[in-house]
Design a protein. Structure first.
Lengths: 618, 238
């Protein structure tokens, strides 16, 4: 089918492709990664960046190259949203679909883009030029609505910019030649605390740690009462100690440090800012962790949505190597350590530490059975400490200033500071750092939020709090958080907020265990049923029943918390649900009129006579 | 010296390192399960074996197939609360696939069906998903009908650990994506080195992997779980 305003498109072959065949490209990538199957994720990504998609023959060649069963290679490729095992448009546009993007109007914009391009969402255009779809939160909630075009991020989409983007696509301008200012990501740091105002020079914290000695450094971390910033709040000192004490095993005994930069929790974007403007602090924290646990290698697992950070981060690593802050005999103290960056490919579940390790090893991101925990059996089966970006950066403060000083900041059970990523209904969305113990109300005042109805703390898997709880405090003793702070004012429909999150979890469930795989879809379907006006009190009871099952029986934290947003909003914003319910005890899920939609589509009809209406209201 | 824990108030002896499931099985006590098989490492995906560990601060749920037995532990198994959860999990499995027992060759020998009878599941309860799962008849001796797959991965493990072939792999994500991947570029079983004599050809607890040309050799009514409930057969085999 021809598109309006365009003639039949004949592809021109880029110059670099004329010399290399697909097989040569694949072999080149395989060789660059030593044909190591554990590097499969990076191999798949790099091959796809050159061939646009992963064809069956491509996967066969990669499997043969790394000596893995083909079924495992295709199993990994099929797991990640950003790997394409079917032909992809030359331009792949993904709209971030967090609730904050929705509130900024992404649905209308995406609809307009599809209309301009004569496209259905999720379908590649007939000429193979473009596809438009949604994706889970891309971590640009403070500057949405955001899109990814061929996995490069563009914030602040508007109708005007949309027209220009469509023009670029129609004229087949390579993404690398699009205006650079479109891709500019702002930090939006609104409030600095002890971490963002650290005043450390590069190497200062690492030097202090090396002079102190590993054992003593561990003691300082414990004295500093540092706890994990990814949300769970496990003691960093105990984690490092367990990893340090666990022996490496097998032919290649080793210890590893992994920095979890798979910042996938919707509404969270503080790691984006730390890695954009504080990368040295993060790498230095990794080095200190490596020194303490006895590792010579660190891996930074960067979420695929942050692909644009890869090159600057590689440059930062190169600079640290030149300054002898990485590599052999660091600062002349006999400590060898280097860092490698692995890119994810669109899978929220990889934020779970054992799923992240599976992904680092080239496998689908399925959380492992625990115990054993990563500190004893992690990456390559060796003792591994997996820490959040912010945790590692904070370790630098303790190395430089001591545990006693750090423990005196914040509150008794929550030492130090926390970076919040504030988005939603407020005048100044962005990054706010506070000492632990700050009230929700204080944050709302600072970010310019008015008429606030609710705040989703720590993202969909966290907790939704209503206005009578704004006196509660950020900290492990009250409101633990990974950083997300999404603000909803009185105009917002909290049912739609919960429904957006239900869709998110159904999309992101890894599918391993029954309660999460089926439960997240059942919850999503029930929320959709209620949204269509076909819900009844029966469905509310079903949602509670599913919540009780998923919360206890799921394999990992994703399934255990996936129904939290529904549970919280049902308890705190019940009217948002009830005004949608029919005043019946039971309402069948089967909708005769909806069942006829295909017939209507086939006959091109959508008039009143083609609908069954009002029959149920007797 | 033998150690023991309590399962529904009954003392179960165990050796260190045994899981709750292994110890219960050895003692002839039935804990409902689908993806666990005594010959293979625990997979832990079906969650049918969810039990409740009673502690000083209330109960905690866990999978009996992955939790190691601890001396003196108090574990709940066949309580109304747990069987209710299991029934819901079964209903989830029936709703997400296409299970039609009356026409299934595995009926009577099917662990899913037998467990549903055991737990008195009377209906799938949820709206059926009716997924589109193609049948693979490409192999000369074996038929694959993924409509009945419950994602237990036993075929994956058996092919890898026993047959040394890796004919199957679990891949993809989520309800629609997760599925068994076949080890060939075409994705067809006929293009692999799979054989009807493989252990993996006889491990499926439901009716996905079926030998061809051998239907209903044992009449319905005389099959394994027609004779006695699945819970009673654990005791006999212990």
């Amino acid at each position: 089918m021809l598109r309006r305003g365009s003639t039949l498109i004949l592809y021109t072959v880029p110059n670099h492709m004329t010399t290399l065949s697909d097989d040569q490209i694949i072999d080149g990538v395989l060789d660059r990664h030593d044909r190591d199957g554990l590097r499969l994720m990076q191999i798949l990504r790099e091959v796809q960046e050159q061939l646009t998609w992963l064809a069956p023959a491509t996967l066969t060649r990669i499997a043969a190259g790394i000596g893995w069963p083909r079924a495992e290679v295709s199993g990994t490729a099929a797991f990640y949203s950003f790997f394409h095992t079917r032909p992809r448009g030359k331009y792949c546009v993904l709209w971030s679909d967090n609730i904050t993007d929705r509130m900024l109007g992404n649905a209308d914009l995406m609809d307009a883009m599809c209309k301009k391009l004569w496209l259905e969402p999720g379908r590649v255009s007939e000429d193979g030029l473009v596809s438009v779809n949604t994706t889970s939160c891309t971590g640009l909630c403070d500057q949405g609505p955001a899109i990814l075009v061929n996995y490069r991020a563009i914030p602040r989409m508007t109708q005007a910019k949309l027209g220009e983007v469509v023009g670029m696509i129609r004229n087949q301008v390579p993404v690398a030649e699009w205006p650079a200012e479109w891709f500019a990501i702002e930090d939006n740091i609104r409030r600095k605390g002890l971490l963002l105002d650290h005043a450390l020079t590069d190497g200062q914290a690492l030097k202090a740690a090396l002079e102190r000695g590993a054992e003593a450094m561990l003691g300082e971390i414990k004295a500093g009462k540092l706890r994990g910033r990814g949300g769970a709040g496990f003691s960093t000192g105990l984690k490092w100690e367990a990893c340090r004490n666990a022996p490496g095993t097998g032919e290649n005994p080793a210890h590893y440090v992994v920095c979890n930069a798979d910042e996938g929790e919707p509404g969270t974007f503080k790691d984006r800012v730390l890695l954009s403007s504080y990368a040295d602090l993060v790498f230095e924290g990794m080095s200190i962790a490596g020194y303490v646990v006895g590792a010579n290698k660190g891996l930074l697992y960067l979420r695929g949505e942050y692909r644009y950070l890869l090159d600057p981060l590689e440059s930062a690593l190169a600079a640290r190597r030149s300054a002898n802050l990485l590599g052999a005999n660091i600062l002349g103290k006999g400590f060898d350590f280097d860092i490698e960056i692995h890119l994810g490919a669109g899978a929220y579940v990889c934020g779970e530490e054992s799923a992240l390790i599976e992904s680092l090893e080239g496998k689908p991101g399925r959380p492992r059975i625990r115990p054993p925990f990563p500190v004893t059996r992690g990456y390559r089966g060796q003792p591994t400490t997996v820490n959040n970006v912010e945790t590692l950066a904070s370790a630098c403060l303790i190395a430089a200033r001591g545990g006693a000083w750090y423990a005196a900041q914040g509150t008794d059970k929550s030492a130090g500071s926390k970076i919040l990523s504030v988005s939603g209904d407020c005048e100044r969305p962005g990054i706010y750092e506070y000492d632990y113990g700050v009230t929700v109300r204080q944050v709302l005042d600072d970010c310019g939020a008015t008429d606030t109805q609710a705040v989703q703390v720590s993202g969909p898997s966290g907790i939704c709090i209503a206005s009578d709880e704004f006196g509660r405090r950020i900290g492990f003793e009250d409101l633990p958080t990974a950083g997300a702070f999404m603000v909803f004012d009185e105009s917002r429909d909290m049912f739609e907020v919960a429904r957006n999150f239900a869709h998110f979890f159904a999309h992101e469930s890894c599918g391993f265990c029954t309660p999460c795989r089926v439960g997240t879809t059942l919850v999503r379907n029930m929320m959709d049923k209620i949204a269509r006006g076909h819900g009844s009190p029966y469905d509310i009871n079903e949602l509670f029943k599913l919540h009780r099952l998923m919360q206890g029986a799921s394999h990992c934290g994703l399934g255990n918390s996936a129904s939290n947003p529904v549970f919280d909003t049902l308890n705190k914003f019940r009217p948002a649900y009830e005004r949608r319910l029919k005043s019946l005890d039971y309402e069948p899920a089967f909708d005769l009129d909806a069942a006829l939609s295909q017939a209507r589509q086939m006959t091109g009809r959508d008039d009143a006579a083609a609908h069954l209406s009002n029959e149920e209201t007797t | 010296m033998s150690m023991s824990f309590q399962l529904d108030g009954e003392d179960i002896a165990f050796t260190p390192g045994q899981t709750i499931m292994q110890a219960a099985k050895a003692a002839g006590v039935y804990i409902p399960h689908l993806c666990w098989h005594p010959d293979f490492p625990a997979h832990g995906s079906c969650k049918l074996c969810t039990v409740k560990l009673i502690g000083p601060h209330g109960g905690r749920f866990g999978s009996a197939c992955t939790m190691e037995a601890q001396a003196g532990a108090m574990v709940e198994n066949r309580t109304a609360e747990l069987d209710d959860k299991r029934r819901t999990l079964l209903q989830m499995l029936f709703a997400e696939g296409n299970h039609f027992c009356p026409s299934c060759e595995k009926s009577g020998n099917c662990v899913l069906q037998a467990t549903a009878y055991e737990l008195k599941m009377m209906s799938p309860h949820f709206d059926m998903f009716y997924p589109d799962r193609p049948v693979d008849a490409s192999h000369p001796d074996v038929l694959l009908d993924f409509n009945r797959c419950i994602m237990c991965s036993l075929c994956v493990t058996a092919s890898r650990e026993v047959d040394g072939k890796n004919v199957f792999g679990m891949g993809g994500r989520g309800l629609l994506g997760r599925k068994v991947h076949i080890n060939s570029e075409s994705g067809r079983l006929g293009d692999t080195d799979f054989a009807v004599t493989d252990r993996a050809a006889h491990i499926c607890p439901v009716g996905v992997i079926l030998p061809k040309r051998k239907g209903f050799a044992v009449p319905i009514g005389e099959r394994q779980y027609d004779k006695a409930p699945i819970s009673a057969q654990v005791k006999e085999s212990a």
